[in-house]
Write a protein that binds this ligand. Structure first.
Ligand code: FHN
Length: 437
């Protein structure tokens, strides 16, 4: 593997020309919070007394709910416990640097003050915009506010259910009423303009781009329209129909978008372009009371390390409850992640991918420093890694930098003596300062 890599064993993840551009903060920050929140939090996965299979935010489709019936959830959506600062504090403590929230999911309901009445201000007893306070809280706490937007819209009159099923609709993929494409595109652009100009979104995270009627297949005209509104905006690769399924990368370079979007998966190897894996903590994006299949905080932290070691970003999802609070299981995991990140985050933020992935863990690099993330502690406390061409200046523990570790620098491999006392059961980080790298 080393033979294929650049002299010091690292992928040239991006050319110098890409440095100093609008994506730099995004590449540096590595870790964000995804928030799926909307009317679907009211039924929370249950309809007519039955648990509805599948992800919570798809209940309108999975339970074949007609639009006018689904709309009634708006009269029950009253998140009096919503506290934007509390949400941002939880994300910030976890080490997250940006928040991507569903401004409008497939059900068409807007969490912001849109130009229609199917939104949080006009259709609910809450009567207040949810995105404006969240955008302002992000600004106060130094996180980037970003928005998810679904192109597919099961509520808009331009879109029809795909089939009649026992007299009830199936909403995915929806069919477009003839002659309505421009009208819907104009409707969508009004939302997008507000999100950019009034809400200061830093990333537009498109989704729902698969219906055949989406006329902007390569996404280029919409992408160019968006960047004309804000040249610093970042847009994912779901702005057009270029995404190759859940693997998330575009079919080829001719599709618009600034980063690939693997979903619920992590690429097997490093990728020399910008990408972000979006993943859930349990099995649903939108809140489902019955979904108790929670990943451990160890798994979530190791996912973050694995992704960073391959040059990607991790967008980890929270599905808030209808009252405006995060599920306790999410809060507990985010605190555990923050406990680990408060000691070890420097090994991930602004790091570069490493081409080698030892069996004991993952490696990242920042400038002349390697960070070895040890998941599986080596037998007899001897950690081995392939010898790089440049000699080591010093090896230490990131958690206790004053602790110097002894290294035997052989021609083929380096052997580092690691004390049993250093073990962090989630991941122990060893810092290697390499000369001339
Ligand atoms: O259908 C959506 C789904 O509800 C969820 O929003 C995920 C998150 O990226 N995206 C789509 C499935 O690919």
């Amino acid at each position: 593997l080393l033979a294929q890599s650049t002299p010091n064993g690292f992928a040239q993840v991006r050319s110098e020309s890409q440095q100093g551009d609008r994506m730099d903060w995004w590449r540096n920050d590595r870790f964000g919070m995804f928030i799926h929140w909307g009317l679907y939090a009211v039924p929370a996965g249950e309809y007519q007394g039955n648990d509805v299979k599948g992800i919570g935010e798809w209940i309108m489709d999975k339970a074949n709910i007609p639009r006018e019936e689904y709309e009634k959830y708006a009269s029950q959506f009253d998140p009096q416990s919503f506290d934007a600062d509390e949400w941002v504090r939880i994300a910030k403590y976890a080490g997250m640097k940006y928040i991507v929230i569903t401004s409008k999911h497939h059900d068409g309901f807007c969490l912001f003050d849109s130009q229609t009445d199917y939104d949080i201000v006009d259709a609910t007893p809450y009567k207040k915009d949810l995105l404006k306070p969240l955008s302002e809280a992000c600004e106060r706490h130094g996180l980037k506010f970003c928005t998810y937007y679904s192109i597919m819209d099961w509520h808009h009159d331009s879109q029809l259910p795909s089939s009649e099923n026992d007299g009830k609709p199936k909403w995915n993929p929806t069919r477009m009423v003839e002659g309505q494409k421009q009208a819907y595109t104009d409707y969508m652009k009004e939302h997008l303009r507000k999100l950019i100009v009034d809400y200061n979104t830093h990333v537009l995270w498109f989704d729902g781009e698969w219906p055949s009627w989406w006329t902007d297949a390569d996404g280029k005209s919409l992408y160019q329209w968006l960047l004309a509104l804000n040249p610093n905006l970042i847009v994912n690769n779901r702005v057009g129909a270029g995404r190759k399924g859940m693997g998330g990368f575009s079919k080829e370079d001719s599709f618009a978008g600034d980063f690939g979007t693997p979903e619920q998966e992590i690429p097997a190897t490093g990728v020399d372009s910008d990408w972000e894996s979006c993943m859930t903590m349990n099995d649903t994006w939108g809140f489902k009371a019955s979904d108790e299949n929670w990943k451990s905080s160890e798994t979530l932290i190791r996912n973050l390390i694995d992704i960073a070691s391959k040059g990607g970003n991790y967008l980890l999802n929270v599905g808030p409850k209808a009252d405006g609070t995060f599920p306790q299981a999410s809060v507990d995991r985010l605190r555990a992640i923050g406990d680990w990140m408060s000691v070890n985050g420097e090994s991930l933020y602004g790091s570069e991918a490493a081409l080698f992935r030892p069996e004991w863990g993952r490696v990242t690099r920042r400038g002349g420093t390697l960070y070895l993330h040890v998941f599986e502690w080596p037998a007899h406390g001897k950690l081995t890694l392939p010898a790089l061409r440049n000699p080591i200046r010093r090896a230490s523990l990131l958690a206790t930098p004053e602790t110097t570790l002894s290294v035997n620098q052989g021609n083929e491999q380096w052997v580092i003596d690691v004390p049993e006392s250093a073990i962090d059961p989630i991941a122990t980080v060893i810092t290697i300062d390499v000369q001339g790298m």
